[in-house]
Design a protein around this ligand. Structure first.
Ligand code: EPU
Length: 334
């Protein structure tokens, strides 16, 4: 047996012992195609699904100590994972929902809670500040990680505290100690977000709901729904007066196809996938074709908004998986 196989057996032993002891679900044989909204991506060695913030904090601490690589996944609505086998552990946080606690203007929620659900809950409670985000699919954790924004609202603006995992414990960090940029934050790879406390503003529930419904219907009118997408694929460039969607549209690329991936005919900054056997490779090739044309014709280097999750290039499954590096852009959406 070679060294790599021995390491894998040892990793499997650690995962099985830990998850049995904690009573947490651990599964083999899952694929990113089942766990992401683009419905593409290869096999995952292990998916671990904690239910509580404390469990998740313990799990990542033990994995770190054993030198086993992991990545957190929410609802998979902003991730493009490649088609090969991914050997790191996927921590599926979509079951770590907890309960929403509302105390005056403060709202505490776990990372696995659905963002659209939270927007409805707080609107009913007469709390304003995130109703623009009501149509964004995803979890609270994913929204915090990338400082999700739409229709004049950004989650970072209203975040009072974030709970993160440190040394096996749940630790609170103040929101104003975090950099909240355009679709980018100062959270680091390897830092697990467990939940947050938001500070919202009291307002009339009917008016909040009306603004949320307006944001949702604008979204329905301008963005594809029902199709398999990961939201906007690229950021809007800071140097350009027109957004990426409009730029790609004006180049006549709506409907352009590469195998199972298509530039959405509704909004050109969305790539959608089609068919049972859709491939991440097609979506990536189409994305690179767009970037190449924008580079050539506009002299602009488009930055990915979607996270590209690479399977390990080496056979060393304990490596931290690589993610396309994200440059800082301090520009709010149009
Ligand atoms: N437009 C076109 N053709 C297109 C798409 C857009 O001409 O194919 C035009 C629109 O008509 C409009 C302008 O471009 O005049 C801007 O479009 P839109 O209002 O759709 O805004 P956007 O900049 O494309 C941004 C965010 C969205 C967010 C909306 C609404 C980015 C990259 N995108 O889109 O966020 O929902 O504003 O606030 O910042 C996401 O993060 O995944 C996302 C979709």
């Amino acid at each position: 047996m070679d060294e790599d196989q021995t390491d894998k057996l040892e990793r499997d032993r650690v995962v099985e012992e830990m998850t049995a002891r904690l009573g947490v679900r651990a599964e083999r044989g899952k694929r990113f195609a089942e766990l992401t909204s683009l419905r593409v991506g290869g096999a995952i060695d292990w998916v671990i699904t904690p239910q509580t913030e404390a469990e998740a904090a313990t799990i990542v601490h033990e994995l770190d100590q054993a030198g086993i690589g992991w990545r957190p996944l929410g609802s998979g609505s902003n991730v493009l994972a490649d088609d090969a086998d991914h050997h790191y552990i996927v921590l599926n946080l979509s079951n770590m929902k907890g309960e929403v606690h509302i105390d005056g203007e403060l709202v505490s929620v776990s990372a696995g809670y659905s963002l659209p659900r939270l927007c409805i809950d707080v609107a009913r409670a007469g709390l304003s500040g995130i109703e623009g985000l009501g149509g964004i699919p995803g979890t609270v954790g994913g929204a915090l990680w990338m400082n999700a924004g739409a229709y004049g609202h950004e989650i970072g603006t209203v975040t009072e505290k974030v709970r993160v995992a440190r040394d096996g414990k749940v630790v609170e960090v103040p929101g104003d100690g975090i950099e909240w940029n355009y679709r980018r934050t100062s959270f680091r790879e390897g830092e697990l977000l467990l939940g947050a406390t938001l500070r919202l503003k009291p307002d009339d529930p009917d008016q909040i709901k009306a603004r949320m419904d307006d944001a949702k219907s604008r979204r329905l009118a301008t963005q594809p729904h029902g199709a398999r997408s990961a939201g906007c694929f690229f950021k809007n460039p800071p140097s350009s007066t027109i957004g990426t969607g409009r730029m790609i549209d004006e180049m006549g690329m709506k409907g352009q196809r590469r195998g199972s991936a298509v530039v959405s005919p509704v909004h050109a900054n969305f790539i959608v996938t089609e068919g049972e056997n859709a491939r991440a490779e097609d979506a990536l090739a189409l994305a690179e074709e767009i970037r190449e044309r924008v580079r050539r014709e506009q002299g602009i280097e488009l930055e990915y908004e979607v996270e590209l999750w690479r399977s390990n290039p080496s056979t060393d499954y304990t490596d931290k998986p690589s993610v396309e590096s994200v440059e800082s852009v301090d520009r709010k959406e149009a």
